[in-house]
Design a protein around this ligand. Structure first.
Ligand SMILES: [Zn+2]
Length: 97
């Protein structure tokens, strides 16, 4: 296994990638359901996002939307390879510049 770094082409921050889901359902744990002195309340756990279809990816820092081929969306394996390709392309451009 090797790690692949996503570097934002807009702000150059790395590993700030977010996926934005289509029709996402956000699920949180609910605990401590109670009625105290006539007031009902409950507390929530961390939100987690269930399986879903990715709409797009964007930089979590600046909001830049990745211009990505649709075959790569929703396919983490292809996404990793795509990042590597972009990184290699970037290096080639630096070498020839
Ligand atoms: Zn960015």
């Amino acid at each position: 296994m090797r790690n692949v770094t996503f570097t934002c082409p807009e702000c150059a921050k790395y590993n700030q990638l977010k996926e934005i889901m289509v029709n996402a359902i956000c699920i949180s744990d609910i605990f401590d359901i109670s009625i105290r002195d006539g007031v009902a309340g409950c507390s929530f756990g961390e939100p987690s996002i269930d399986d879903g279809t990715v709409d797009h990816y964007e930089c979590g820092y600046c909001g830049y939307t990745l211009k990505i081929e649709s075959v790569v969306v929703n396919n983490p394996e292809k996404l990793a390879l795509w990042f590597e390709e972009i990184r290699k392309k970037g290096k080639k451009e630096e070498e020839t510049a």
